[in-house]
Design a protein around this ligand. Structure first.
Ligand code: NAD
Ligand code: USQ
Length: 404
């Protein structure tokens, strides 16, 4: 496997769709820093969701134009920016023709499970945006750059929580005396997670039919905020979501601890998922690009480094908080989701390690720094945004306004 230092892919062109978002921004800077020529494609819709729902990133984030200008002034490196919607094929074609990417990293989707469960229109939006956007990317690769490697962000949630070990994409099954290696069964549990399943099927089919090369990164829940590059200047700071719609478990718990809000464990808290540090997200994407899939290959990596239950996370944050003098309480919130609260979970995640991933495991020092980060920004916290407001069972056709 090729590591970043020996990468012959340096100076190659990487298009980052969704490069203004949480994972995408950190990845764009990381790859630019490593010598890749980077173009960000984003329609800024994530910033619009904030306005519509009356929520905000904990951290102040600059406009994409100022971010990229600041990056240039700090490092001397340029990042191209294409503002537009990948569901608009004319726009996407122009971006492809003008940038001619060697790899496309596709983060550009509506990524919140609760958002997709607000009402019918948000469910339809999520699946349209995600499925059609990815289809357009597949057509653009076929039409304009056959050799281009697609690195697509999927999710561990595609697999659900089966009562057997989760493999990396495929499982070998013997049935009535015959054996085959088949796509691992998918049991997603929100309209968002289902959109990723539909994407995976479309990508797998086009790899077979058109010879496209693709890597599906089934990522677990990401935590953390700082990366080497976003730390270089305050204007490069990443977004950090803590609200009930876009905030994810561990990031939310750190903010809750910082402001003295009880940790919101949904239901019994036995829900177990794979987790990873955002510094490993950027490393994994770099490894996938430096070691591309072969033409026609649909490769699947499970991208996480450790498994935790929600109760585990609450315990870890409580202990880390104690050391900082915070008194952290936990409450059990009636689960707004429909999901197993006590279940078996054992997911493989060796393929990225084999390519050279060196994980940043969740340590006391990281929790410490994340808690201190949350404390630094605690005056920005809108406590009214913390409790969950979206119910999997109550979703209906009536358009809902979700805010206080
Ligand atoms: P994010 O919402 O912060 O970023 C997504 C970006 O994509 C936003 O900047 C948004 O404006 C852009 N976008 C959305 N639809 C678009 C469209 N049609 N055209 C152009 N741009 C569009 O999300 P994130 O947390 O950075 O997640 C990035 C990807 O990683 C998503 O695909 C998500 O499903 C996946 N993922 C995230 C996590 C996590 O914990 N954050 C975990 C696993 C997988
Ligand atoms: N949970 C709580 N309390 C909270 C928040 C969450 O108990 O305050 C529980 C949820 O019920 C769930 C688990 O924690 O069982 C994870 O929830 P989450 O909101 O942290 O993550 P999820 O909805 O699964 O979605 C996030 C990202 C999504 C990505 C996914 C990876 O938003 O884009 O695909 O993590 S995975 O979980 O592996 O599918």
């Amino acid at each position: 496997p090729q590591s970043s230092s020996e990468s012959s892919a340096k100076s190659k062109k990487v298009m980052i769709i969704g490069g203004d978002g949480y994972c995408g921004w950190a990845t764009a800077l990381h790859l630019s820093n490593k010598g890749y020529e980077v173009a960000i494609v984003d329609n800024l819709v994530r910033r619009l969701f904030d306005h519509q729902l009356g929520i905000d990133s904990l951290t102040p984030i600059s406009s994409i134009q100022n971010r990229v200008r600041r990056w240039k002034s700090v490092t001397g490196k340029s990042i191209h920016v294409f503002i537009g919607d990948i569901c608009d094929f004319e726009f996407l074609s122009e971006a492809f023709k003008s940038f001619e990417p060697d790899s496309v990293v596709h983060f550009g989707e509506q990524r919140s499970a609760p958002y997709s469960m607000i009402d019918r229109s948000r469910a339809v939006y999520t699946q349209h945006n995600n499925v059609i956007g990815t289809l357009n990317v597949l057509f653009a690769i076929k039409e304009f750059s056959q050799e281009c490697h697609l690195v697509k962000l999927g999710t561990m949630g595609e697999y659900g929580t089966p009562n057997i070990d989760i493999e990396e994409g495929y499982i070998t099954i013997t049935h009535n005396g015959r054996t085959d290696t088949l796509p691992y069964p998918k049991q997603a549990s929100s309209f968002y997670h289902l959109s990723k399943v539909h994407d995976s099927h479309n990508i797998a089919f086009t790899c077979k039919a058109w010879g496209i090369r693709a890597t599906d990164l089934n990522q677990g829940v990401v935590y953390g905020v700082r990366t080497d590059e976003t730390d270089m200047h305050e204007e490069l700071c990443n977004r950090f979501d803590y609200d009930g719609v876009f905030g994810t478990a561990l990031n939310r718990f750190c903010v809750q601890a910082a402001v003295g809000h009880p940790l919101t464990v949904y239901g019994k808290g036995g829900q177990t998922r794979g987790y990873l540090d955002i510094r490993d997200t950027v490393q994994c994407v770099e490894l996938a690009i430096a070691n591309p899939a072969k033409p026609g290959e649909f490769r699947v990596f499970n991208q996480f480094t450790e498994q935790f239950s929600v109760n585990d996370l609450a315990r870890l944050v409580t202990n880390a908080g104690k050391k900082l003098g915070l008194e952290v309480q936990t409450i059990s919130v009636p689960n707004p989701r429909v999901e197993a609260e006590e279940h078996y979970y054992n997911a493989k995640h060796t393929k990225l390690i084999e390519l050279g991933l060196r994980p940043h495991l969740l340590s006391e020092s990281l929790l410490d720094s994340l808690l201190n980060f949350a404390i630094k920004f605690k005056d920005q916290v809108d406590a009214a945004q913390i409790m969950p407001t979206v119910s999997w069972k109550k979703i209906g056709v009536k358009t809902r306004t979700v805010s206080v």
